[in-house]
Each structure stands twice: as C-alpha cells, then as structure tokens.
Ligand binder design. Structure first.
Ligand code: NAD
Length: 270
C-alpha cells in the first residue's frame, strides 16, 4: 500500500537527532526519500542508514543552517540527487549558544542563573541562538521554497517552534524569542507562499524526551517545573511530535497553512 508521502522528497534539518530523526524515520516509513542536513556527520550517517533500511533513498548533507551559502548548497544537492524538494522540515535547533546534542550538559542549569538573564547576557550567546533557531529556519525554508517555486510543484514547509514561543521563563530569553520568531516567520511565509501552493506550518512541542531536555531531566527541579506545566504529567516522545509533522506534511492537513500546532500534553490550551 502506498504511504502518505509516497515517493516525495523531504529535507530534514536537524535530522541526526531527536525530533528531526524521528520525523525522518516516520516520513521514510510513509514512503518519502530523505535528505538529512545536520552538523553531526556521525549521527546523520546513522539516520541515513536507518532510512535506507526502510528501503527509501537518503543522503546526508553536512549543513550549518545559520549559513545562507550552506542552506542553498543543501537545496541544490537535494534537487541534484532526487530531482525535487516536496517537503522542508526545519528541526535544527539549540537550547542555548553552547548546546551540543551529542553531549548535552547541565552547564547552563548549574551556572549562576542570573548570568543568563537578559540584562547580563553575552551578546554573542544571544546572537548564536537567534542565528540557528530563527535565521537558520528562515534560510533553509526559503532555499527549499525557491526550488519548489522554480519547479511549480507546490510543497510543504514545517518549522519547529516550541511552547516557549508563548511561555516565558527567566534565563532562556534567546530561546523563547527565537521560537516566537519562528511562529511569526511561519505566518509570514505562509502568506507569501500561498499563491505557489506551498503550505507553511509550525509545530510547538511541549517537553519532549530528546537530548535537548536531558539536562532538564537530570535535575529534579527541572523535571518538576516541566511536569508542573504539563497536565498529562509526562514528557512526550519524539515519535509523537513526528506524527504531528506527518499530519502537516500530508494531504490530511490540506486546508492548514500558517498554523502552529502544539503536541504538548496540555501545556497550552488556547
Ligand atoms: N526536545 C524538546 O522538548 C523540544 C521542545 C520544543 C521544541 N523543540 C525544538 O525541536 C527541534 C529539535 O530539537 P530536539 O529536541 O530534537 O534536539 P536535538 O538536540 O536532539 O536535535 C537537534 C539537532 O539539530 C542539530 N543542529 C544544531 N545546530 C545546528 C546547525 N546550526 N545546523 C544544522 N544542524 C544543527 C544538532 O546537531 C542535532 O542533531 C529544535 O528546534 C528544538 O528547539 C524541542
């Protein structure tokens, strides 16, 4: 039986880990071919192998999504290899400037929290989070959109925002601001691309069990805070977020554009 994304081509930034990896595997299981774009070559190669094991084609393109040149090279390499781009997922992200998904540490939580308050924050740290989480999502989305427009094929763009687009907390302002930016970016792109039959939506997950939340989960106070906000009383899985991405990438959501959907266990009720 044909999958929901049969023979479509999807770029997944951040596809080497966590939510991006789960999206790559679910999309492949639904028939898509996958280009993984990530900084982490080793984990990226593992995702490529896992996609190929599902009998779908896959490539890895080492990409720093905060670089316009590298996002353009990624889109070109994908079209060269597969002939098209049908779906673009922007899942590359960082929780703070020094974050490394390969080795998530609790450094920021252990540090003096006031050092990460906006009035004290290092400008480079602020800039790096915005470069990756907001500008990187814009650059990778528009590189893919240009190819979709050139081929007159329509398409789907899905950006990873967060509940933190709407929830504020002391010490994580760059992350919150970047995710609120992704929400508005999604709405603006949706309006600009609607005439090209390109739908643009965002996902704003709650607290999900991935390397990104490992430092938070390592501390009772971090876990307690997250679970205090989550009526379902548990962390979500990357696979649960991937199911939201599949909905947005498939015709099941054919009348959705400019939306932000929240797989979050009930954190946000509006
Ligand atoms: N885990 C959560 O609870 C949660 C909640 C809400 C939103 N999100 C968002 O979902 C997305 C995925 O997060 P995750 O939890 O899977 O984290 P993760 O750390 O497991 O995966 C992030 C991936 O992005 C890659 N990456 C980081 N910077 C990059 C760059 N400049 N260029 C290319 N790749 C880069 C990393 O190498 C990694 O493979 C992020 O945007 C994150 O902010 C996560």
């Amino acid at each position: 039986m044909a999958g929901k994304l049969q023979d479509q081509v999807a770029i997944i930034t951040g596809g080497a880990s966590g939510i991006g990896e789960a999206i790559a595997l679910l999309f492949a299981a639904e028939g898509a071919h996958i280009a993984i774009a990530d900084l982490n070559e080793e984990s990226g190669a593992q995702t490529v192998s896992a996609v190929k094991a599902l009998d779908r084609d896959a490539i890895f393109v080492r990409t720093d999504t905060s670089s316009e040149e590298q996002c353009e090279a990624l889109a070109s390499a994908t079209v060269e290899h597969f002939g098209a781009i049908n779906i673009q997922v922007g899942a590359a992200g960082i929780s703070y400037s020094q974050y490394n998904s390969d080795n998530p540490t609790s450094a920021q939580l252990l540090a003096d929290p006031e050092a990460s308050f906006l009035i004290n924050a290092d400008l480079n740290a602020w800039q790096r989070v915005l470069d990756v989480n907001l500008t990187g999502v814009m650059l990778s989305a528009r590189a893919a959109a240009k190819r979709m427009i050139e081929s007159d094929s329509g398409g789907n763009i899905i950006n990873l925002a967060s509940i933190m687009a709407k929830v504020s907390r002391p010490g994580v302002a760059p992350y919150c601001v970047s995710k609120a930016g992704v929400w508005m970016l999604t709405k603006c792109l949706a309006m600009e691309l609607v005439g090209y039959n390109i739908r643009v939506n965002a996902i704003g997950p709650g607290f999900i069990e991935t390397p990104m939340t490992a430092p938070m989960r390592a501390f009772e106070s971090g876990s307690d805070w997250a679970m205090g906000l989550t009526p379902m009383g548990r962390f979500g899985t990357a696979e649960e977020v991937a199911k939201t991405a599949l909905f947005l990438a498939s015709d099941d959501s054919s009348f959705y554009t400019g939306k932000l959907l929240h797989p979050d266990g009930g954190v946000l009720t509006d």
